[in-house]
Write a protein that binds this ligand. Structure first.
Ligand code: NAD
Ligand code: DAU
Length: 339
């Protein structure tokens, strides 16, 4: 199979390429990424010279370039990871989220329609369902939970999902959609909770916890997400949505304390700061459908995954130090300066 992976230089996309090239060495991978602040080809040095791997620096909003790529490569499958992915940035500047996440998705769908495709897979998020109350642990997101987005980021992802569904129904594009909970693991950009807290703790900086730290996220090790996507693309039913999650709900404050304990740092570094606007309270995925239909189950327990992740950040200090010493400092000052 020839697979276009968009956003392959980002956190989950690069983990997906590394996984799929090991699991299916017969496949050809074309990594399509325009290398925003979140894209980093360093993640893929171990495969960059493989004959079945290619990188194309293309913006998915660039219709001409995307059509040319389809014409040249005639892909069998497109897996769309490319997105603006950080909620806080979407509150700061929503426009680019609509441009990339909605318009970019539409360009890819048009290309699939024009040139033909065996499968278009949209990597979506549980955030399209909005949030669940903290005092109802019996409630979970299923594939039929209504869309109810809270942030410009989740609204843009929800809009993209609706377009994907419409291109299937109206034009017969063979699509699938997956909606996963929060990922963690190697190569995650240090704007997100876990790597940000590891980097700050290591640098002796305060750990900024939004609100009272009691918001709940449902954490999944990134490789488990990658395996689920791979399975959906190969064995999932066209036109279907699959939720992905491992029933691993945790309060933010507990994650932060685990990180500090593992690093041998003091909890005095924790600082409670002004809450995120529109902050979703709780995410919790019901993964019954993907388990029943495709046999998927998460393999990495949180206790092991978080240790592996912290060890990776300690062993790959230069990877994140390069990031936090550059333009990131302006981002950090803007986001956290007056909080
Ligand atoms: P990321 O921000 O780490 O990576 C995004 C990648 O997309 C980067 O390499 C960036 O350069 C690229 N990109 C951005 N705009 C582009 C454009 N216009 N054209 C081409 N490339 C572009 O994001 P991530 O955390 O790896 O998330 C990947 C996908 O998974 C996203 O669609 C996100 O919504 C979804 N998702 C993420 C999580 C999570 O916990 N991180 C959970 C569920 C779903
Ligand atoms: O649920 C899937 C989503 O998970 C993905 O679709 C998004 O792309 C991904 O970024 C993630 O969104 P969150 O907003 O849940 O992730 P983030 O790491 O930004 O925040 C996790 C929680 O930690 C959230 O409740 C906010 C809180 N937080 C975050 C940061 C960056 C803090 O308390 N302090 C922080 O500095």
């Amino acid at each position: 199979m020839k697979i276009i992976v968009t956003g392959g230089a980002g956190f989950i996309g690069s983990n997906f390429i590394l996984y799929v090239m090991k699991a299916h060495p017969e496949d050809q991978i074309i990594n399509v990424d325009c290398l925003t602040y979140a894209g980093n080809l360093e993640n893929l040095v171990s495969v960059e010279n493989e004959p079945n791997y290619k990188f194309a620096k293309i913006d998915i909003r660039d219709r001409k370039a995307v059509y040319q790529l389809f014409e040249d490569e005639k892909p069998d499958v497109v897996i769309n990871f490319a997105a603006e992915s950080h909620v806080d940035r979407s509150i700061d500047n929503p426009g680019v989220f609509v441009e990339t996440n909605v318009n970019g998705t539409q360009v890819l769908l048009d290309a699939c329609r024009k040139y033909g495709i065996k499968r278009y897979h949209q990597v979506s998020t549980d955030e399209v369902y909005g949030d669940l109350p903290l005092d109802r642990p019996d409630l979970f997101f299923t594939e039929t939970t209504p869309i109810h987005a809270s942030s410009p980021y989740s609204a843009s992802k929800a809009s993209a999902d609706l377009l994907v569904g419409a291109y299937h129904r109206t034009f017969g594009v063979p699509v699938t959609i997956s909606r996963c909970s929060n990922n963690y693991g190697p190569y995650q950009f240090p704007e997100k909770l876990i790597p940000l807290m590891i980097a700050n703790a290591e640098n002796g900086k305060e750990l900024p916890v939004y609100g009272d730290g009691m918001n709940v996220r449902d954490w999944l090790y990134v490789e488990d997400h990658c395996k689920a996507i791979d399975l959906i693309v190969r064995e999932g039913k066209v036109g279907e949505i699959y939720n992905i999650g491992g029933h691993n709900e945790m309060h933010n404050i507990d994650i932060v304390k685990i990180i500090l304990k593992t690093l041998g740092k003091s909890e005095d570094l924790i600082r409670f700061v002004k809450d995120r606007a529109g902050h979703d309270l709780r995410y919790a995925i019901d993964p019954a459908k993907i388990h029943a239909e495709l046999g998927w189950l998460p393999e990495t327990m949180f206790a092991d995954g978080i240790k592996k992740t912290i060890t990776w950040y300690l062993d790959n200090r230069s990877w994140w130090e390069n990031i936090v010493s550059g333009e990131y400092q302006n981002y950090y000052a803007r986001m956290y300066g007056n909080r």
